[in-house]
Design a protein around this ligand. Structure first.
Ligand code: ASP
Length: 151
């Protein structure tokens, strides 16, 4: 997953599962440009910028970290999958919580990717401009993420 906000920031999140069923999640970040000294963001915070759990799935986030932290974003996505939601349903539900907290017409850029333990993936963003790469068995696809913001 890669964010596309020209002149702003650039994060890549990754989730992988191996043949033994072990799941790993990671994210790199340049952080938000011109960030305040001391700002941490969500990327280094387990449960916010990334989270995974064997037998359930993994998630990673990009976008405005303050919005992701407010909903414990990546943990929330994984917990929804634990409750039986598909990966796509889980990322969209978590983004719904982000959007519900945003002011009318002022949605911030946030995106999640998710991978369930059964190998199915989901991804979406609040605003347009996010893409996700899905690789399995030698096949690689770069796909535009569905964006959900209506306000
Ligand atoms: N989420 C990161 C942060 O808030 C920024 C990014 O996604 O690039 O620091």
């Amino acid at each position: 997953m890669k964010s596309h906000t020209p002149g702003d920031h650039d994060t890549i999140g990754m989730i992988a599962i191996d043949r033994a069923g072990d799941i790993a999640a990671s994210c790199t970040t340049s952080g938000l440009a011109w960030k305040l000294p001391g700002r941490v963001g969500d990327s280094p915070l387990a449960g916010h910028g990334l989270y995974c759990e064997n037998g359930v799935g993994g998630a990673a986030a990009t976008g405005v970290g303050e919005e992701i932290i407010k909903v414990c974003g990546s943990y929330h996505v994984v917990d929804l999958m634990r409750q039986g939601r598909s990966a796509q349903e889980a990322v969209e539900a978590a983004l719904g919580r982000v959007l519900a907290r945003s002011e009318e017409g002022a949605a911030k850029m946030v995106a999640f990717i998710a991978l369930r333990a059964d190998g199915t993936a989901g991804f979406a963003s609040t605003l347009p401009g996010f893409q996700a790469a899905v690789s399995r068995a030698g096949k690689h696809d770069l796909l535009d993420a569905r964006s959900l913001a209506t306000k």
